[in-house]
Design a protein around this ligand. Structure first.
Ligand code: SPD
Length: 433
């Protein structure tokens, strides 16, 4: 070769649009394309842009592979640049063509023609090479820079992940993924939203369960019969089964893929799926409560996703009317209530909706820190089918005893936090008046 490098510029057209908008699929394909061609990968940096498109580069010891995608045009601009004779960029090209299902046109250029440039023109000082003892070096690791972003049009929360994808399935309802995040352990994502991470899932799961169950037990007595709608990762039932008085938990999850993914990859969340007191129904929670006999449950927990896709119906008046009917007298309903800062409209509307179904004085808002949901400020709504108050009538000593007994497993909830969670900032109070 009479040049320093080979540079292939590729126009990929008619690509699979979903692949071109999938930052992890593209990063994987590009890293593989480099490795298959025999290149040594130094690092990779890839970003997803809102609403469509991915840009990224894989730096290899022999130069780079770069890409920019326009999924809405099913088009990707790719360049593959290799130096030396050991790596054939056309091998990378073939791999990417298959991965994107693309038609193409490509142009190869020689870079740094040795007819034009001459070595030794520059006055460089070269340090003598030091001998390296390879038996003492760390195993080589690629530095991957891939980000998962949960966002609306104006705000986002991004988590860096390793690029490893443990589970990725498009169920009839949604895309279910389990990724390895760098700072928060494994992460369950539904479509492009974070559902939970190993490191902070306890905040959400403890808070959706214990304030409601402790409020109920303070006034009514031991909790026996609980309905969970959603909650397919298993974190909510794990917390419910901490109560020895539980006789039966009915869980209705619409998407079996979520349960399967969690059982396979999130053992700390899914360990109670084998509990004999669990009646797991794979089905539609909305239909379940519509057909459920009245006065069936002490507590109903709605552990759904955000109001898009199959979870949309979990934010309606009809649904909460049915939930109320299925509750026994003095029963408690608790539902995830979105974020006052991120989903302000849904947050307010859900509170109004519950007040219209129960009574304005029977609905109580709780806030907690969910560090991997956009804005980090998340809410729950509690509604009581009875006359008592979750803070004024709270048996603080009973909660302190419960926390003491379960000190090894609880990470977030305690007797002080029980009342603190119902204390709202001024702007949140204002939103709800
Ligand atoms: N934006 C995320 C809201 C998701 C609430 N449900 C999470 C499921 C955890 N069991």
């Amino acid at each position: 070769m009479n040049a320093l490098g080979r540079h292939i510029l590729v126009e990929f057209s008619n690509c699979k649009a979903d692949v071109l908008n999938d930052v992890s699929a593209i990063e994987n394909a590009m890293v593989e394309a480099a490795q298959i061609a025999g290149a040594t990968v130094i690092n990779s940096t890839f970003h997803h842009f809102s609403p469509y498109g991915v840009s990224g580069v894989v730096v290899i010891q022999e130069s780079h592979l770069a890409i920019h995608t326009w999924p809405e045009y099913r088009y990707a601009a790719v360049d593959l640049f290799t130096c030396g004779d050991t790596v054939d960029p056309w091998v990378s090209f073939e791999h990417l063509k298959k991965a994107f299902g693309a038609s193409y046109s490509a142009l190869e250029m020689n870079r740094g023609s040795t007819h034009v440039i001459k070595k030794g023109d520059a006055p460089l000082q070269v340090k003598p090479a030091e001998a390296v003892d390879f038996s003492k070096t760390e195993p080589y690791r690629i530095n991957r820079n891939v980000w998962f972003t949960d966002k609306d049009e104006n705000q986002a929360l991004s988590l860096r992940y390793t690029g490893d994808v443990f589970f990725d399935e498009r169920s009839p309802f949604q895309r279910v993924r389990i990724l390895e995040s760098c700072a928060y352990g494994k992460m369950l994502a539904i479509d492009d939203m974070v559902m939970c991470t190993e490191r902070d899932e306890s905040h959400y799961h403890e808070m959706i369960v214990h304030p409601a169950l402790q409020a109920f037990q303070s006034v009514v007595g031991p909790v026996k019969n609980v309905l969970v709608i959603g909650g397919g990762d298993g974190g909510t039932i794990r917390e419910v089964f901490m109560y020895p008085s539980i006789e039966k938990v009915t869980m209705v999850e619409i998407d079996e893929a979520v349960v399967r993914a969690s059982k396979l990859h999130l053992p700390t969340l899914s360990r109670e799926f084998s509990n004999p007191k669990l009646n797991l129904i794979i089905g539609d929670g909305i239909e379940f409560v519509r057909n459920c006999p009245a006065n069936s449950f002490d507590v109903v927990i709605v552990d759904g996703s955000d109001p898009a896709g199959p979870a949309e119906g979990l934010f309606t008046q009809e649904f909460y009317q049915d939930c109320k009917r299925t509750l026994k007298d003095n029963g408690v309903l608790v539902t995830q209530g979105e974020s006052p800062m991120f989903h302000s409209k849904t947050f307010v509307e859900l509170n109004k909706c519950l007040k219209s179904v129960f009574a304005p004085t029977a609905v109580h808002t709780l806030l907690f820190h969910s560090t991997t949901y956009p804005t980090g400020m998340w809410s729950l709504q509690m509604a009581i089918k009875g006359q008592y108050h979750p803070v004024r009538d709270h048996n603080r000593q009973a909660t302190a005893d419960f926390v003491e007994k379960n000190t090894a497993s609880l990470k977030y909830y305690n007797d002080e936090l029980h009342s603190a969670a119902f204390t709202l900032p001024r702007f949140v109070k204002q939103m709800l008046t």
